[in-house]
Design a protein around this ligand. Sequence first.
Ligand SMILES: NC(=O)c1ccc[n+]([C@@H]2O[C@H](COP(=O)([O-])OP(=O)(O)OC[C@H]3O[C@@H](n4cnc5c(N)ncnc54)[C@H](O)[C@@H]3O)[C@@H](O)[C@H]2O)c1
Length: 409
Amino acid sequence: MSEMKGAVAAGAALGAFTILGATAKGAGKGFKVGLIGCGGRGGGALGNHMAAAKQVGLENTVVATCDYFKGKAEGTGGKYGVPKEKCFGGPTGYKDFLATDVEIVLIATSPNFRPVHYEAAIKAGKHVFMEKPVAVDPPGGRRIIAAGELAKTKGLATVAGTQRRHQRGYQERAFRIQAGLEGNIASGCIYWCGGALWLHRRGEGESDADYLVRNWVSFTGMSGDHIVEQHVHNIDVANWFIGHPPATAAGFGGRARRKTGDQFDFHSVDFDYGGGVHIHSMCRQINGTAGLGGEHFVFNRTTREEKPDLKVPEFEEVGGAYQQEHADLLRSIVAEKPLNEAQNVAEATLAAIMGRISTYTGQLIKWDDLVKNEKSDWYGLTCTPTAEDFEKGEVKAPPDDVVAIPGKA
Ligand SMILES: NC(=O)c1ccc[n+]([C@@H]2O[C@H](COP(=O)([O-])OP(=O)(O)OC[C@H]3O[C@@H](n4cnc5c(N)ncnc54)[C@H](O)[C@@H]3O)[C@@H](O)[C@H]2O)c1
């Protein structure tokens, strides 16, 4: 609900918005922007961001880039005229990057690094766009929520790459649900079933750390598993439309085709949202199988409210949600009403992690055991190697093809 209000507020701010009259830092002309994680999505997000800046009338400039592999930072930076000395590399490169005068930081590394990078960016006083998911384990998810609260106290914006919250069709539907026009959600199904992502086989002499960074989509400690890495989008929609995260997860899953890493190929989870509302979640990454994506909800029409005078707002969507999310971020900064999506994306990520723990163990997993109950087995569950292990150069890759066994894990 609060995010919906945020989106409406951002839309409302648009009407009164004049770039030159704005007092926000950098708003006279444009903001200094930088990117951590210069891979496929990072490069895409930077392009989306620059298009969004034009959309809202700003002349943003890219002033710094950072990637684990310095050459990639230089490659992306070079496209925007960033000098090589402002293209940072290595596992601690983000610290030098954050010490520059960059004002808005885009973060698109593998998700395991997100809590450390996001927290550091907020502490350094930067506005952030960060890709989903935002953690791979419960402590990481809670760290994002805490850093998001810090961002609020510092007047810093945070927008997440769960882009459906900036997609017109989803926003209209969310508005109608929250206004009571559709009735309560009684049940539903959410899906992300598709083919395999890329596979990187270990190269001759390649270090454990480099191997994991290149093959991150196969290792749970790097990606969270694909239930977290991809299916988080659909779980986020369920949380958003229902209004809160699930109370429990009970699921199963397995592995049939992967050769490297330790992830499952498929997961099936019953998310219990309380009050008798169950959402079935399905995700799969196997080539040659049926593709299925999206969300399906069943509404209890007897709870519908008639509000004939209520007008559904016209939500802006220019250049698709990938661009619009950056336009919404920029407008919120200029209007000095910073959007803050840290909690939403952290809750979607934590719900996906709860689903994964249930499929790996075969147990019923409770939300409170991830976020509140410090004595539970799951509260402190930490995937290794950690982001800090990478910084210390103490990375040991988990063995390939050794996976969780439900009932024993
Ligand atoms: N919103 C979406 O639709 C969408 C689509 C694709 C990917 N994503 C997300 O974007 C993120 C990146 O995915 P991708 O497909 O671009 O992967 P990628 O492997 O192409 O890019 C990741 C980049 O981050 C770099 N990196 C890794 N660790 C780093 C560190 N510690 N410091 C600096 N750089 C580091 C890697 O070297 C690589 O260049 C993931 O979280 C993924 O889930 C989101």
